[in-house]
Design a protein around this ligand. Structure first.
Ligand SMILES: CC(=O)N[C@H]1[C@@H](OP(=O)(O)OP(=O)(O)OC[C@H]2O[C@@H](n3ccc(=O)[nH]c3=O)[C@H](O)[C@@H]2O)O[C@H](CO)[C@@H](O)[C@@H]1O
Length: 360
């Protein structure tokens, strides 16, 4: 094993950054290293971070904003974050920084560069985000999940690690047993997605008179929409479990027949671990439309269908769900194509990459 290191894992932002950061932090710890999480203070971080007992450094940071005045504000915030991180690094003295690629990676990575500390970046999406593009040139290594990403980061030191996942996301050892009803899992990433919540719940309610006992829905809404989506299903007398957020994702993936969801990087990797077919509705405002690129990679593999939010109607969705319920053979074939190996042991592979890049 490499010598004992102190690694700063910068994983603030959304669940899509915190979960893989946390999984890698745990893998680094189990290899004997000391780990500090560097976060941005966003509310979602406390929801997701349950169970982390190690040290945390919170450096407030905000996403990129554009326009003449806003760009100046963004630049000022970045400078402030770098100064704060640079000061915090006096106390914490990391040997390496691992950044999971959100805007909150920028402060710790630039401060680390000023201090001569090696930086490893993790890019979860098929198209790299702004923070990774900004930091890539100075990184010791960039870990990626999609082979497509190589086209966007030519000439840099890349290694494919896959997406670090929570330890409970283990592939099912026995084939899925068929439940009497069709199980639909609806989710919009770690914060929920309002447009997905509205359209899918309306489509399911449109189907309600014919499918009440044949369809069971688990709908993860995010905090804003939970109560009115629950009410909508109740009024339609529909068999639905509505939750703002759950920590029990593995059980849901394992029992579902179909997912309707956004195409965030963690969601895509998790669908692959469980071989769960999906209808992917990419978030239309994602930077560089990266969710469409993620979704197309799954579609190309025959693992998912993709529909753009702007092209979707409630009637089309209702018809899509009914068709999938009536065609279990099609979903069975998709299930086989959906199973992917590339994110198994990703946390360990990324931990190993950090060890290799760290200051000896
Ligand atoms: C809106 C947006 O820009 N989202 C981005 C954000 O991820 P965002 O957090 O939106 O989405 P991801 O799919 O990457 O991650 C969602 C995570 O939340 C978990 N989950 C979700 C609901 C729930 O109730 N419980 C739960 O645990 C999922 O299992 C998954 O691990 O960063 C990702 C990584 O850069 C990007 O790919 C996404 O495009």
């Amino acid at each position: 094993m490499a010598e004992k290191l102190h690694v700063a894992v910068a994983c603030g932002g959304t669940g899509g950054h915190i979960f893989p950061g946390l999984a890698t932090a745990r893998a680094l710890r189990s290899r004997g290293h000391h780990v500090t999480l560097w976060l941005s203070g966003k509310h979602v971080e406390s929801t997701v971070l349950q169970g982390w007992k190690g040290p945390v450094v919170t450096i407030p940071s905000e996403g990129f904003q554009f326009g003449p005045m806003r760009s100046v504000l963004t630049a000022c915030r970045i400078v402030l974050a770098v100064i704060r991180c640079w000061i915090a690094m006096f106390r914490h003295r990391p040997d390496a920084v691992l950044a999971m690629g959100s805007y909150s990676s920028i402060g710790p990575c630039l401060a680390a560069r000023l201090r001569g500390i090696p930086v490893v970046l993790h890019e979860a999406n098929a198209i790299p985000g702004r923070a990774v593009r900004m930091l890539a040139g100075k990184a010791a290594c960039i870990a990626i999940c999609f082979e497509e990403t190589r086209y966007h980061l030519k000439g840099l030191n890349l290694v494919t690690t896959g997406m670090p996942l929570r330890p409970e996301f283990k592939r099912r050892s026995e084939p899925k047993t068929s439940a009497p009803e069709f199980r639909l899992l609806v989710m919009g990433g770690s914060g929920g997605a309002h447009a997905v919540n509205e359209m899918v719940s309306e489509a399911v309610c449109l189907l309600a008179p014919d499918t009440q006992n044949a369809l069971r829905v688990t709908h993860l809404t995010g905090p804003a929409d939970e109560s009115h989506i629950r009410r909508r299903y109740e009024e339609a007398d529909m068999n639905a479990d509505v939750l703002a957020f759950t920590q029990e994702m593995a059980a849901l993936y394992e029992t579902a027949d179909l997912a309707i969801c956004r195409a965030g990087a963690s969601t895509c990797a998790e669908l692959g671990i469980f071989g769960l077919p999906a209808l992917l509705i990419p978030y239309p405002h994602a930077a560089s439309d990266h969710q469409t690129a993620n979704a197309r990679a799954l579609e190309k593999a025959g693992a998912a269908d993709v529909v753009q939010q702007s092209e979707m109607t409630v009637e089309w969705l209702a018809d899509y769900i009914r068709t999938q319920m009536e065609e279990p053979e099609r979903l069975g074939k998709m299930r086989i194509r959906a199973l992917r190996e590339d994110s198994i042991n990703a946390a360990e592979k990324l931990a190993e990459t950090v060890e290799q890049c760290a200051k000896k």
